[in-house]
Design a protein. Structure first.
Length: 357
């Protein structure tokens, strides 16, 4: 037992990694076909078990693949991603990391023999045994013990660059210049709230998705949604004036999200005042005064009880159901865009169904 839980996912532990910030430790469990994670006390070095992800589990709206025979792992220099080499699956799986909670979300897998659009069939991963990252975190190098090969992958695009046990020298292509941010009064694709931690902390990161390299200007609003007479008050308004990165992601560091039910809005403009502006003037659960906000790009309602007044569904968003406890993390599935909430060690979809089942 550790941290009140039975430790799982470390049977046949092979690979291990500590995050650059020293807050979390991840272990590849070869016989468990799993990736276990722990929080770390920076003063004592003690570990507390947080949970694990096993091959075949449902995570981030996808079936986890690429952990069968998890042999080795590596963590990106910025601590945002974990990559796992799996001996039996002949694959590299990759996960995004929440720097605050240590929770991992499955993002995909590169299998030996898979076909890529640009490079044909991936080779060199048969018997994937060890993995390392280049110092800037762009390239992963994988030892394929059965292939007698080293495969190297561009993990910024999660596509194989080239793989060969006996590579022939070829001219390096001239890199294309990075695209310059473009200002678009109307975004060319609808921006979304893609992930945030629903927790009472001094600061935290909210992740948004949109058009790669496009400059986005708007506001992230946190609207009080407890049925307590203050429903509809815009509790916080964070202005955004930044570009999505090459992967179409944008991170915003915001102040404390209080422990209340909230509706989170991503809007084009806001002319009101945080702590004063009321979208629901008669507290009936209907947002009847939207005069201070512009276009609503995305809306997600997150309850902490059954007694809430959420506004997202009426604004063409999604109000998540209460499933007996408060969500610690809310995220959208990478492929589907559907919202999910992490409650305890389980993931629930927008209908309140356990997505782990």
């Amino acid at each position: 037992m550790n941290n009140g839980q039975t430790v799982d996912g470390v049977n046949g532990a092979r690979g291990i990694g500590v995050t650059p910030d020293g807050r979390h430790v991840y272990v590849a469990g070869y016989e468990d076909d799993a990736l276990a994670f722990f929080s770390r006390d920076a003063m004592t070095g003690d570990l507390e078990y947080l949970g694990f992800i096993r091959d075949g589990d449902t995570n981030n709206g996808q079936v986890v693949d690429g952990l069968n025979g998890a042999e080795d792992l590596v963590i990106s220099p910025d601590g945002n991603f974990v990559y796992v080499a799996a001996f039996i699956d002949d694959a590299v799986s990759f996960f995004s990391r929440n720097n605050d909670t240590g929770i991992l979300l499955f993002q995909g897998v590169i299998d030996n023999g898979a076909t890529t659009v640009d490079l044909g069939i991936v080779e060199g991963l048969d018997g994937a045994y060890g993995i390392a990252l280049s110092p800037e975190g762009r390239n992963a190098y994988v030892a394929g013990s059965t292939d007698d090969a080293v495969a190297f992958l561009d993990v910024t695009t999660t596509q194989a660059i080239t793989q060969s046990p006996t590579p022939s020298p070829t001219p390096s292509p001239t890199p294309s210049p990075s695209p310059s941010p473009t200002l678009s009064p109307t975004p060319s694709s609808t921006p979304r709230i893609s992930e945030f931690q629903n927790a009472d902390q001094p600061t935290q990161l909210v992740e948004f998705s949109g058009t790669p390299s496009e400059l986005f200007r708007g506001f992230f609003l946190i609207v009080e949604s407890d049925n307590d007479g203050e429903a509809g008050i815009v509790e916080d308004a964070e202005e955004i004036n930044a570009s999505f990165d090459a992967s179409g992601l944008l991170l915003l560091n915001i102040s404390d999200i209080e422990d209340h039910s909230h509706t989170y809005l991503l809007v084009s403009s806001f002319t009101g005042t945080a702590g004063v502006t009321d979208l629901d003037t008669d507290n009936d659960g209907v947002a009847d005064d939207l005069s201070t906000i512009g276009d609503v790009y995305d809306a997600i309602g997150v309850p902490i009880s059954d007694n809430t007044l959420l506004y997202a569904a009426a604004l063409d968003g999604v109000d998540l159901p209460y499933v007996g406890a408060t969500a610690s993390v809310v995220f959208r599935g990478r492929g589907s865009g559907a919202p999910f909430q992490v409650v305890g060690s389980s993931v629930f979809d927008a209908a309140g169904q356990n997505a782990d089942a």
